[in-house]
Design a protein around this ligand. Structure first.
Ligand code: SF4
Length: 363
């Protein structure tokens, strides 16, 4: 067995599941734990981890998919930009199929808009350098994990003296929505499976205020089956002991202080602002906009466009799913009118979306 296989070892997985069942066997009310990372959502569905847990432990998904929490208004602006004749839109692939109010970037590309999928924002910077007569806009969507690479692209464009590279920024920061959900009287969250990638940047200390103010246990957890189940076991043990503290299960990657270099880059290039989240609303200080000193790279400021009136998709429950209040199976459109081939909402598009995960692995 190699090193990585050991994280999927059947006996270890079954042993963890048995321990969790033993610990919780006398509970009359289930403990509810929320994962706030789309990669955890995918892993939990992919490895069938819910089926290994006793009825006394319930896992729910939260607002951890960056594409899913990006509101329609952002897509509508990107679509308006792509209709300008001298603009090239660049993006990671998931964003293309997300429906905006009345179109998607995929539809616009079919109509002739110049929209390109890139694997790194630095590819978009190179494209701008090779196409001086075009304005190249990168769709900056993501959490603290991707934001440093996008900050790096702005610094690279500045260093190269480019005046035709822009970012349409919609970065979100994770701890704020967790505080909102913790304070929601209609939602039971007995602990958080904290995101792994985000925590590698911001550090596990970033969740301490949740434990202190909302008395909710937090465990930073990896993505393999043994990681997730060990994270659940740590949450169970805290909940049973009446504790609320931050623990790091994913100690092979995450540190308490995070990545100081990436944090410095974020602080230089971006400024916190009150960001809109799909289904959750505007959360104070929960987004990163481009700082004034780099304003010439801000697509929203530098390229004014008329954006169409916002329309939400009728019947889509993405907003409630992102708050952990319903599951994809509660949506009447799931698997019928809404499938990965023909998505109605963002949660069915993204490779980290809860509906996409449920469709692929949960039926
Ligand atoms: Fe929205 Fe489709 Fe998910 Fe229903 S199944 S909540 S329509 S994305």
């Amino acid at each position: 067995m190699n090193y990585s296989d050991s994280f999927r070892d059947k006996e270890l997985v079954q042993g963890l599941a048995r321990r969790i069942a033993e610990l919780t066997k006398d509970l009359s009310k289930p403990l509810v734990f929320m994962e706030v990372c789309g990669t955890h959502t995918m892993a939990i569905y992919q490895f069938g981890l819910r089926s290994l847990l006793p009825p006394q432990v319930k896992l729910i998904s939260g607002p951890g998919c960056p594409v899913c929490v990006t509101p329609n208004s952002y897509l509508d602006r990107a679509i308006a930009l792509c209709r300008l004749p001298d603009v090239i839109i660049t993006s990671f692939g998931d964003m293309l199929r997300v429906p905006g109010s009345s179109s998607s970037l995929m539809e616009e590309r079919a109509k002739g808009a110049d929209i390109r999928v890139v694997y790194s924002p630095l590819d978009a910077v190179q494209l701008a350098a090779k196409n001086p007569s075009k304005r190249v806009v990168f769709l900056g969507v993501g959490f603290e994990t991707t934001a440093p690479t996008i900050a790096g692209s702005i610094l690279a464009a500045k260093a190269q003296g480019l005046t035709n590279y822009f970012v349409l920024a919609s970065h979100k920061t994770m701890p704020q929505p967790m505080a909102i959900l913790s304070a929601d009287p209609d939602l039971q969250v007995d602990g958080y499976i904290c995101p792994a990638h985000v925590s590698a940047i911001i550090g596990a200390d970033a969740y301490r205020f949740l434990c202190e103010e909302y008395k909710v246990p937090c465990v930073v957890t990896g993505f393999e089956p043994t990681d997730v189940l060990q994270g659940v076991e740590l949450l169970v043990r805290q909940a049973l002991a009446g504790e609320s503290k931050v623990e790091i299960q994913y100690s092979r990657v995450v540190r308490w202080e995070g990545n100081a270099k990436a944090q410095a880059m974020l602080a230089d290039v971006f400024t916190p602002f009150d960001a809109p989240w799909r289904g959750i609303g505007v959360l104070p200080g929960s987004g990163l906009r481009i700082a004034d000193k780099y304003a010439e790279f801000d697509a929203e400021l530098a390229i004014p466009v008329q954006v169409e009136e916002l329309k939400e998709h009728k019947g889509c429950l993405c907003g409630e799913i992102l708050k952990g209040k319903v599951s994809p199976f509660d949506c009447p459109l799931f698997g019928g009118k809404c499938t990965p081939e023909s998505p109605v909402g963002a949660c069915m598009v993204s490779s980290e979306g809860t509906c996409a995960a449920a469709f692929k692995y949960g039926r």
